[in-house]
Design a protein around this ligand. Structure first.
Ligand SMILES: Nc1ncnc2c1ncn2[C@@H]1O[C@H](COP(=O)(O)OP(=O)(O)OP(=O)(O)O)[C@@H](O)[C@H]1O
Length: 356
């Protein structure tokens, strides 16, 4: 088991609130990613779960065990008694200790028998694909291998919950990709609940069952990767996840749902469009449009000026300007080739309405 519930979790330093009433529920054996720009409070949330930072408000439960409850003044459970493993960005391994001893360390502290230490260490080294390297010194390993040692050391305690604070950010792109797959594999085979912190939205999308998008300490959206991409709740989430184009749009305050579940909006003052109906009274708002949901069409009333054209081999990405709009992007295949400075017209094939 490893079901985590975070309720109204808050942390303030003086009058600076860095985590503000965050609510998150993670089911057993799921992988949650907390994502957001630098300084938004990701690490603070993780450290409150681990017990290294005391919250200013809220509760955290792991299964039915109350780890901390500020309002009811219940003394927080000490970090080492929480049954939580943690891996950080910097390789927290002892360089002049053997791989085996690095991983065995937490078990030795707990006075586990020698035989059991040996079998447990060998078991987790296999899980992280380091079998055969147990007698190497940690400093003789590559960055990726050292990070696997740190992972093995966290896993050897059979934690209910594994917290990962940007453990992949120091690795090169190929190794990062490989480790993402391995962490997913560990989640599945070891039946462990994982909370991963990153500012990399691709990592959040590809690894997670659920994603928590945080901005300035506030949880903006908590959903599956699919929902975040298809139904972002605001322009911040739409930009951050999948870098959507955001265009100004208007609609009637009493816009109606048609028989297809759509409603009429006007984009950039010139382009009538149907988008999925949302219950909103706002007349001014935005539409979020993915770059591949725009298509060139000479007859379209949405005229745009090509500021930049980035040739990418199989496709071209155009950076476009239109009156009243921030720069937006169109992704096409190479059959549509236009020079920078050209004026074109584009259709929007799919979009969602956002109030803010
Ligand atoms: N001990 C402290 N005293 C005062 N402010 C702090 C303290 N620790 C963190 N903060 C502030 O809390 C905010 C959140 O920090 P946190 O490290 O949680 O962000 P983050 O999202 O993990 O950022 P990054 O991606 O850069 O690691 C920041 O504005 C930071 O300056």
């Amino acid at each position: 088991m490893g079901k985590l519930s975070i309720r109204n979790l808050t942390k303030s330093y003086g009058d600076h609130t860095v985590v503000n009433k965050v609510n998150i529920e993670v089911d057993d054996s799921q992988l949650l990613t907390i994502v957001g720009p630098s300084g938004c409070g990701k690490t603070t949330i993780l450290r409150m779960i681990a017990g290294f930072i005391e919250p200013t408000g809220g509760q955290i439960y792991l299964d039915d065990k109350l780890l901390v409850d500020v309002e009811n003044r219940i003394a927080p459970i000490a970090p080492e008694k929480r049954n939580i493993g943690m891996v950080f960005q910097s390789y927290a391994v002892w360089p002049h200790m053997k791989v085996f001893d690095n991983v065995a360390y937490p078990l030795k502290l707990r006075k586990v028998s020698k035989d059991e230490i040996k079998s447990e260490v060998m078991r987790v080294l296999k899980v992280v694909h380091l079998e055969g390297l147990e007698n190497r010194m940690a400093h003789e390993l590559s960055g990726g291998q050292q990070q696997r040692v740190a992972l093995a050391r966290a896993l050897v305690m059979k934690p209910k919950l594994l917290l990962l604070d940007e453990p992949l950010s120091n690795l090169d792109a190929a190794l990062r990709e490989e480790m993402r797959g391995e962490i997913k594999e560990i989640q599945r085979t070891q039946h462990i609940t994982i909370i991963n912190v990153t500012h990399d939205q691709i990592e959040a999308m590809t690894m997670s069952d659920r994603v928590a998008v945080v901005r300035k300490g506030v949880l903006e959206q908590f959903a599956s990767p699919y929902e975040l991409y298809e139904e972002p709740v605001n322009t911040f989430v739409a930009r951050f996840i999948g870098s959507a184009n955001i265009l100004p749009a208007t609609k009637k305050a009493d816009a109606v749902r048609d028989s297809d579940g759509m409603m009429d909006v006007m984009v950039a003052g010139c382009y009538p469009l149907k988008v999925p109906y949302v219950d909103s009274k706002n007349e001014q708002g935005f539409v979020a449009v993915r770059t591949h949901h725009m298509a060139p069409n000479e007859a379209s009333p949405l005229k745009a000026h090509i500021r930049r054209a980035l040739y990418q081999g199989s496709q071209i990405e155009y950076y476009l300007e239109a009156p009243g709009c921030e720069m937006f992007r169109l992704l096409t295949d190479v059959s549509f080739i236009q020079p920078e400075g050209a004026d074109i017209a584009v259709d929007i094939t799919k979009a969602v309405w956002l109030d803010e």
